[in-house]
Design a protein around this ligand. Sequence first.
Ligand code: PGA
Length: 234
Amino acid sequence: MLIAGNWKMYKGPAETAEFCVELKRALADLEGIEIAVCPPYTSLAVAVQVLAGTDIAVAAQNVHWEAEGAFTGEVSAQMLRELGVYGAIVGHSERRQYFGETDETVAKRAKAAIDAGLSVIACVGETDEERERGETEDVLRRQASVLEAEDNLVVAYEPVWAIGTGKTATPEIAQDAHAFVKSLLDVPVLYGGSVKPENAAELLALPDVDGALVGGASLDVESFASICLSATRS
Ligand code: PGA
């Protein structure tokens, strides 16, 4: 079971340091689950520093496929490893929607990161229109087909219509989608999309849900800790 907090473009280094000190305290007695926080690039170093010696891992929100080169604005897996970062998210729907990320670039990012020794959380998920048109399985199949099942790969099923909207997938929708993704790729599958302390237990108890990728609710120590606690009970 993995609970990862995707901070998106929130929390600079000072706020990150403060948050990690509190999170360390809040999760001190928690055992049996993996926990990761995914701050923005500029806050990774301080998160690694404050969380050193704890079981809380630090991951980035993206990673480039080359080790170095003329790729303005990008950061490589090697650079992240040098910081002590353990993994990276790739293919988040916001990257696909606003920054031209495609299945091909997601695949390249995932492969390079895993080859360089990082763990990867690769995001998949259908939009509202795709679900309405009955295309959910086609979309998931297309997005998953470019990924290879590896030890360090985890997939996050994040229906786009549930991200930041307060609309959570029903347990039935989540379970069906997770089982389908697992039939394509034999890797753990996290659920993401408006996971909150109030709905975490029900989602995490589903047979094919192996954890959660939490956005908004991961920005508050108390609510993130409460979701982590639900995970230890399921
Ligand atoms: P949310 O975001 O929990 O705020 O819906 C999830 C995500 O984008 O990873």
